[in-house]
Ligand binder design. Sequence first.
Ligand code: ADP
Ligand code: ZN
Length: 804
Amino acid sequence: MATSLEPGMRYAEVSVNSPAARRRTFSYAVPPGLAVSTGQAVLVPFGERELQGIVMELSPLPAVEDVREIAAVITPEPVISPERLTLARWLSDNYLCPLFDAVALMLPPGFERRAVTFVSVSRPDIDVLSLDEDQRRVIEVVGDDRVALGRVASAFGKRKAVSVVGQLVRQGILSRSYELGPVRVKPKSELYIGLTGQDDIPKLSPKQAALFEFLKSQPGPVAWAAARRQTGLDKAAANALAARGLAAFDERPVRREPINYDNIIPSPPLTLTPHQQAAFSAIKESLDGRSSAFLLHGVTGSGKTEVYLQALAEVVRRGKRGIVLVPEIALTPQTIERFAARFPRRVAVLHSGLTLGERYDEWHHIAAGECDVVIGSRSALFAPQPDLGLVVIDEEHEWTYKQDTSPRYHARDAAVKLAGLSGVALVLGSATPDIESYYKARQGEYRLLTLPERVVPGPGAKLPPVEVVDMREELKAGNRSIFSRAMTEAINEAVAAREQVILFLNRRGGATFIQCRGCGFVLRCRRCEVPLAHHIYGDVLTCHQCGRRYPVPDTCPNCGGRQIKYFGAGTQKLEQEAGYTFPRARRLRWDSDATAGRRSHEAILKKFRGGEADILIGTQMVAKGLDIPAVTLVGVVSADTSLNLPDFRAGERTFQLLSQVAGRAGRGPAGGRVIIQTYSPDHYAIRAAAAHDYAGFYAQEIAFRRELRNPPFTGLARLVYVNPNEAAGRREAERMKDVLTSQIAARGVAGIDIVGPAPAFIPRRRGRYRWQLVLRGGGLAAFLAPVDLPRGWTVDIDPVGLVQ
Ligand code: ADP
Ligand code: ZN
């Protein structure tokens, strides 16, 4: 990974950790005698301070005339490989994010450290009588030493210390210097104890003797925690042995391992079906260092994971390693276990639920080449996996692969770039590929591999039949319940047969909005203006935008009327209704309100798997990846929630969700069925999902995209401006539109349209108004790169949704 210092490379281009550095690097001279290579972390002077930076490039000439010198190197070895530096540059150029934000994705966890300021007296000969009282006292505190500014601050208060030190520095009496603060994460170590091998055993107390005998029975030093557990003795006995020179303690580094291998049984590879074999062979043939990308389109339950596992094993056989990305929500212990069971103790896990210390340990183990497979969410793509041979992105259509804060990158596109840069194979897998991915596969950019059949419950098993229920007909027949007659009957049958049911509703809470019957007033969040949802547990109104809670009013805040009605239903309401309609069924609810943290997800799933409930009620979480053979019925309570969003991807989103949910049914020998309730039974997305017809859906959707000139037939960029003042927001958005319009003319750019300004779909969030401009056309990042966007603007290149 090291690029050795080439002679003549006297200058370095450094990405500096400062918001002021934005998307550019800064030139520094390499001081004589200092060995600096690309990817190395250095300390550089930046304005008044010294900051961290990463060397992006070395060159024989500086980019500007007047350059300062690199102050120090922080790491003796490069921390980022050359391909990943190029990837960081690409992320910054392509998503218009600060360069250091992109670089930071690839740094070890806990790496960013604060610089600590030190002061010392630079003119000891100064006549202290010429100074005022405060200045004299500061000089006294500093004395002949180099002291941290914090020490001066603790004597005078922070503001005064900073101001007086500033005066003295300007007069040349004090000078400042900087050092990086302590590392926040350290390798974890554990206390070990072992015998010293001394022959001369004095008389020991019974406890000391017991411990001595225990240690003698061990092959070598043991972890003190384990010794204590096994002997039941306390530290005093151990300390006594150590004091008498019979035993010694030492600290040994240990790995904080997020995977618990206690119950994981190694799993041998399965015999592949002919379709799996064909897909595997195609991937295998490409593992020769050329970059190649595959789209693995396999229906739910077709055994995509087995293809990934065998491809990874092949990569490992060739002395290389892999990275597997899965959506955060699907990164469950079951998923991790499938990989850990195939590659015992050779799997690293990276996700947001890990402590900083765990992430730190995983990162360093990966960098040391100790992990054949890294599995993680989005950002695991940037893990320092050496000798990378394969990247897998499971459920590649998931929107969560796009980060919604800076850097706003899409992991799939970044993976395509990384694969190209490092000559690795890329496998994108999905039962419902993203329309744009499928289009690329049709255009030959990706090779299409297909698994058209299920392997569960047996080879060639049919996908479950889907019945679409028209809820308008239910109303006409006088059924006002949340459950159609067909759904009620099917649930009763399944419960009676001791089978399990999943009910899906893509909305949490109780009622989705609350309206006064007298005046029509809808209760809204005061800061975000979205309607407030009612939460049954706790009886509060909640803003699903900002999370703010409001008490339930007795009377209408607008007209004082007492007739307040609750409309719509979320999962809490659904659970309540299910309780009335199916009183004998045992219910479980799974949504983000019911689960605070990873462990409670597990607890709910374990109960359901263990047969402790008949009906699992949930939001999106129940749609993703669950493989529970006892589930014979999947009910979609309303297919319309995602269908009616004003976004050109609403149809695609609905199709994907329905197909994924439907895929949870019929994975066991008892088979299964799906019921979808909707007010739009003729919508092409619902019809195609019901028929398990991806090809039909794609044909219709791509025609619409072409006709309306939406991606993949154009690029999109979304610019949002926030301001607490509505009129000021509008003015700035209009000004920006004028700037962009004149840029289009001045630079002779063709084919870029600007839509807006218009209020964003969520027009106000956390008290700030949001105005939006949407750009359509090609090369949008390059077009926007030179445009100066003042504070308050954010740019999202290739946004996954316009309704945010
Ligand atoms: P997908 O990811 O395509 O939805 P999975 O990889 O979860 O499908 O596979 C579904 C089930 O089929 C899993 O339990 C898996 O162990 C099993 N399976 C996959 N391939 C085979 C095979 N070749 N032979 C037997 N069982 C298989
Ligand atoms: Zn709000």
